[in-house]
Structure formats: structure tokens, C-alpha cells
Design a binder for this molecule. Structure first.
Ligand code: DGL
Length: 270
């Protein structure tokens, strides 16, 4: 089966990376809209326009299903995409439901882009699942820019993360929901702020399981096996990578993609 996965940028690689673990035998087309990143600071009309164009592009490449590996694009464009195109299109939303259901009484923080936080889709979700009003929302748009620069551990990143969290008492929080796929790269920074007792919850595992379910695919029994450098090199082979419509074949960008997969592997279980 051929699966198309797209995002504004390298955040969506974290979904592809999880798919490598759980569905290693499928073929993938990964599309990062590097010319238009960040989506989190664009208008809904612009985002719908980009998402429509990318979906058509992936369909023309023969994909059987599409994962919108972007909470921001999902929140404004998913309805329109499903109306227009006739194939399974899976979206992503902040994993608030598992966070609320998997914890008891302390607070839950959702971090996402300003668009995701502003849109009705998240408000509707909270209305349905956050009966006890335990969820707080916080926009962290600069993390997208840091991620795109592959700047994951610098003092600027640490300062930014700590200053965004500074008005909250970390001991109040049992879970942090990563509501933007770019935010996965920074798990060590959240962990060092919140300590060991706060769960870090992203939507990747649930999204890939949902994909398997919709497409009738079996999850690999070895899904938690570590993907080493060798595996990642192999994995890059069953994927075609595109940056805003241009196929990636140059050594330097392929190396960058491998570096990013290695980072994602390092932080997968933090
Ligand atoms: N990775 C995206 C998300 O999950 C969007 C980041 C951006 O382009 O602002 O929301």
C-alpha cells in the first residue's frame, strides 16, 4: 500500500517515523511544504489552499490514503479535503482524549500552534472530553521555527520553553500533550522542566494505529524495536520525499532527513 503523509515541514516526519516502526512494509510518500512553513501563523484560507494542492499532488502520485500529519492543517482543512477527494484522509488532533482518560485529577497542558488553539475543532474536542475543565492551552509557535533549523537543544530553546511555561506551576500537571507534530523533537526540554512524573503524550501512535485500522494493515510485532542508523537508511528507501513539490535526491538533504529520523528515534520514549 502507498501512504501519503504531509505537513508544513519536518514535524510530519515524526508521524512517518512512527509508521516506520509500526508499518515498516508499506510504501510512503512524505511531503513537507517547506516553502510555506509555518502554517501556524497563516490564515485558514491559505492553509486550505496549500493542503488542497498537496492532496491533489499525492493523489496524482498514486497514494491509497493520506495522513495530514499536521494538527494545524487538520483543524482548518480536513472537512474541505474530505469533501473534495474520494480516498481515506486521516487527520491529527491533539491527543486530549487519551490524556484525560489516562489520568485522574491533576491538570493537563496542551501545547500547539496559535491556529490550532484558536480553531473550533479543538474547542469542540474539549467540550466533548474535558468535562472537569482540567485542560490548559498554550501556543508555542517558535518551536516550529527552531525545529526547521534543527535547533533542538540550544540555550535559546531551553529559555523559550522555560519562559513559556514560567507562569504555570509544574507540580499541577500530570500530562503535557504535544499538539503539533514539530514539537516531538523537544521532548528532553519538556522533560527537564516538568520532571519525570508528567506524561508526555503525542498523537503519533494513535494516528498510525488508526491508519492501520482504516487500511486493514497489521501492526508490526517488533514495533518497539530500536531503528538504528542502518534501519533508517533502509527505511528512507521505501519513501519518496518531496519538499514543496520537488523530489529530494541530493545527498545533503537525504543526510538531513536521516539525522532527523535519528533524533526522533532518540526521543521516542522520553
Ligand atoms: N506541524 C504542524 C502541526 O502539527 C504545524 C507547524 C506549523 O507549520 O506551524 O500543527
Amino acid at each position: 500500500m502507498k501512504i501519503g503523509i504531509f505537513d508544513s515541514g519536518i514535524g510530519g516526519l515524526s508521524v512517518l517515523h512512527e509508521a516506520y516502526h509500526q508499518l515498516p512494509d508499506q510504501e510512503y510518500i512524505f511531503y513537507a511544504d517547506t516553502e510555506h512553513v509555518p502554517y501556524g501563523l497563516k490564515t485558514p484560507e491559505q492553509i486550505i489552499g496549500y493542503a488542497t494542492e498537496i492532496t491533489q499532488f499525492l493523489i496524482d502520485k498514486g497514494v491509497d490514503a493520506i495522513v495530514v500529519a499536521c494538527n494545524t492543517a487538520t483543524s482548518v482543512a480536513i472537512k474541505e479535503l474530505r469533501k473534495r477527494f474520494d480516498l481515506p484522509i486521516l487527520g491529527m488532533e491533539p491527543a486530549v482524549k487519551p490524556a484525560v482518560e489516562g489520568t485522574e485529577d491533576k491538570r493537563i497542558m496542551v501545547i500547539a500552534t496559535p491556529v490550532t488553539i484558536r480553531e473550533d475543532k479543538l474547542k469542540d474536542l474539549l467540550h466533548r472530553v474535558d468535562e472537569q475543565h482540567r485542560v490548559d492551552l498554550l501556543a508555542m509557535p517558535r518551536l516550529v521555527e527552531f525545529a526547521e533549523r534543527e535547533e533542538f537543544e540550544s540555550p535559546e530553546v531551553t529559555d523559550y520553553v522555560n519562559s513559556q511555561f514560567s507562569s504555570y506551576d509544574k507540580s499541577d500537571y500530570c500530562a503535557l500533550v504535544l499538539g503539533c507534530t514539530h514539537f516531538n523533537y523537544f521532548k528532553p526540554a519538556y522533560r527537564s522542566f516538568f520532571g519525570e512524573n508528567t506524561l508526555l503524550i503525542d498523537g503519533n501512535d494513535g494516528t498510525v494505529r488508526h491508519l492501520a485500522d482504516v487500511m486493514g494493515l497489521s501492526i508490526s510485532p517488533d514495533k518497539d524495536m530500536k531503528l538504528d542508523e542502518k534501519h533508517n537508511i533502509l527505511c528512507l528507501r521505501n519513501t519518496e520525499y518531496f519538499f514543496s513539490g520537488k523530489e529530494i535526491s541530493d545527498e545533503e538533504t537525504l543526510k538531513r532527513l536521516q539525522r532527523l529520523h535519528l533524533r526522533l528515534e532518540e526521543v521516542r520514549n522520553i
